[in-house]
Design a protein around this ligand. Structure first.
Ligand code: BDR
Ligand code: CA
Length: 318
């Protein structure tokens, strides 16, 4: 059994990620915590509650987290990809939640769960890293209760929000710097290099629709999102970034990692929010006497067809 907390900003691909966790019998989903990101916090929180209602998991506590980045305001959301409500304008097609968020905020709930946990817990951050930076900063004594962080974010060969920065890191570079560079909690980073490679096409979505009501409802949330990626790739497809991270959390080793020293650019130049992975040979790095940066496991390879089949098989059970 994998005990899991998902920290999220739903978001179409976040919706698939939450549904994947709910549809996986080996997952004990302890909480869903929300953060600003694809759309403002009120919408991401409402979407998380609706998605858990869709999955029949209103027993899973939902806590509201950060409404803005740690230090500096952010200039833009991601409505261009996820639609005005974060779910392609289709959030209203999901069941109305019959409950509200819990009385604790996201960081307090995560801390309470970690404190009470008999065994370490996996946290899957799939939005801006604000809540996670706050958790790690405020509760160093709980780091040992985190099995690992499986984080969706970053890009080694380019960005999706600026030329070099990926959306989740770009949304709060100071938080990303704290989590990815300053801390030492075991972490796997799932960057867009790999999530792009795992993109799914119209035939995959059609199989999902045919599989049953959960699949059909999820696919119904993808119109704006598919349109965005279709423009980008020139054929009908979409990218389930966050679900790939949850898949790794459920099946450790599904994604193959390489370990590189990393930095996150939190300056105000054109590279703000960029993940910089040093892919030079270690002895070359040593030659130049660079300071020892944090070595991070970054998922760069997988059996793409196996990942697509795994997602389909799980989401088809709902
Ligand atoms: C990430 O940004 C968001 O738009 C997605 O939900 C995903 O978490 C991809 O860059
Ligand atoms: Ca997300």
């Amino acid at each position: 059994m994998t005990s899991l907390i998902i920290d999220t900003d739903p978001g179409v691909d976040d919706a698939f990620a939450i549904a994947l966790a709910c549809a996986s019998p080996e997952v004990d989903l302890l909480a869903v915590t929300t953060v600003f990101g694809n759309v403002p916090l009120e919408s991401t929180t409402r979407n998380a509650l609706r998605l858990l209602a869709l999955c029949g998991r209103e027993d899973v506590p939902v806590a509201r987290g950060a409404a803005r980045p740690l230090v500096y305001p952010r200039v833009q959301e991601a409505e261009y990809a996820h639609g005005s409500d974060g779910l392609s304008g289709r959030a209203h097609t999901l069941p109305d939640p019959s409950r509200d968020v819990v009385g604790l905020d996201a960081v307090a709930l995560m801390a309470q769960i970690l404190r009470d946990a008999a065994a370490p817990v996996t946290i899957v951050p799939i939005g801006p890293l604000t809540n996670i930076a706050l958790l790690l900063a405020a509760h160093p004594s709980l780091h040992a209760k985190i099995e690992r962080l499986v984080i969706m974010g970053g890009g080694l060969s380019g960005g999706n929000t600026t030329a070099t920065a990926e959306f989740n890191l770009w949304s709060d570079p100071e938080a990303a710097h704290r989590v990815l560079v300053e801390e030492r909690v075991p972490t796997v980073l799932v960057p867009i290099d790999l999530t792009f490679a795992c993109r799914v096409d119209r035939a995959w979505l059609s199989r999902l629709v045919a599989a049953g009501p959960l699949g059909a409802t999820l696919a119904g949330l993808t119109d704006d999102y598919v349109a965005h990626y279709t423009k980008f790739f020139g054929y009908e497809c979409t990218i389930l970034h966050d679900a790939i991270a949850v898949a790794e959390a459920i099946r450790p080793g599904l994604l193959r990692t390489k370990t590189y020293p990393v930095e996150v650019d939190s300056t105000f130049g054109p590279g703000r929010g960029t993940l910089i992975a040093d892919r030079r040979e270690p002895d070359i790095i040593a030659t130049f006497g660079a300071k020892q940066a944090r070595a991070l496991d970054i998922a760069l390879e997988t059996d793409v067809d196996e990942v697509r089949a795994f997602l389909l098989e799980r989401l088809a059970t709902g």
